[in-house]
Ligand binder design. Structure first.
Ligand SMILES: C[S@@+](CC[C@H](N)C(=O)[O-])C[C@H]1O[C@@H](n2cnc3c(N)ncnc32)[C@H](O)[C@@H]1O
Length: 278
């Protein structure tokens, strides 16, 4: 049975599927590319991408494991799955399967994968540590795990989120903030959680990503294409112009010579492997 919290996340991402990763801002793509690179995928490997979203990791992984490899993407949002399936079909990627399911406890065969990748997902799950234990069971002995989560970011990002604070219900958490608390707050926290779930050789590497917006309108389009869309929904329509003006003031010091605005977000990759003998 699907947890209410998981069902709520599924509704959020169903609502975003038509705009997700389509704002023109390079964000999910470079993060996914970094994860695929860190996992050092090789042709023939069987990859599982948990919380595949619009396929940022999945489609890159499919390319990296060809020929002879296979990839399965799983997501709780039916509309994200439909989007990704279309994208895979458009690329003629025949060894890509995309399925609806709950990453908290994926209904997949034990030991069936060489690699599990999951980018910007684990912090949405009701029980990340328990989920990791389940994921370990899906890997073949010695199989590899790669996670992308958020690290430090520019104070400007914090301040941009802060523009919505007066309007949010106390329980509302954005993924970028919930993704930097508890075990997600440090390299040590991630390593401890992953090793606590039975993985070995856990380590982290990081990517310092310059997130570039052409202008404030593109920041807004990006923000509305992510979980932050809900924040816009909580702010009354009459406040939107002042939010835009405040965002413009916050972003102005980040303008480059071409007028584009670059804000930094560090990405933490946590890498580990399943023990050879369990
Ligand atoms: C921030 S997006 C990341 C998507 C993709 N991995 C990427 O890098 O672009 C988070 C994704 O996780 C999915 N997700 C969240 N909770 C999930 C769960 N319990 N089971 C499966 N997917 C989940 C969402 O539906 C969404 O597509």
């Amino acid at each position: 049975m699907t947890d209410d919290r998981v069902a709520a996340v599924a509704r959020t991402f169903d609502g975003l599927a038509h705009v997700y990763d389509r704002s023109g801002v390079e964000f999910f793509g470079p993060i996914a590319a970094g994860l695929v690179e860190a996992l050092a995928l090789t042709p023939g490997e069987r990859v599982l991408d948990l919380g595949c979203g619009a396929g940022a990791v999945l489609l890159r992984a499919a390319h990296a494991v060809a020929p002879g490899g296979s990839t399965v993407g799983l997501d709780v949002s039916e509309l994200m799955v439909a989007t990704t399936r279309e994208a895979a079909d458009a690329l003629g990627a025949t060894d890509v399967e995309v399925i609806v399911g709950d990453a908290q406890d994926p209904a997949l065969p034990a030991g069936a994968f060489d690699v599990i990748a999951s980018s910007l997902v684990l912090f949405f799950l009701p029980g990340p540590a328990a989920a990791l234990e389940r994921w370990r069971g899906l890997l073949a002995p010695g199989g590899r795990l790669g996670l992308a989560t958020f690290g430090e970011r520019d104070e400007t990002f914090e301040a941009l989120d802060g523009l919505f604070s007066p309007f949010l219900p106390p329980t509302m958490l954005d993924a970028r903030t919930s993704g930097t608390r508890g075990p997600f707050a440090s390299d040590h926290g991630m390593i401890a959680m992953v090793e606590g779930a039975g993985f070995v050789d856990a380590r982290t590497v990081s990517l310092d990503l310059a997130v570039r917006f052409a202008d404030v309108s593109q920041w807004e389009a990006f923000s509305r294409s992510t979980g932050q869309a809900a924040m816009w929904g909580f702010a009354p329509e009459a406040e939107h112009d002042s939010i835009r003006a405040a965002a413009a003031a916050l972003l102005a010091p980040h303008a480059d010579a071409d007028g584009s605005l670059a804000v930094r977000q560090r990405i933490r990759y946590t890498l580990a492997r399943a023990p050879i003998e369990s």
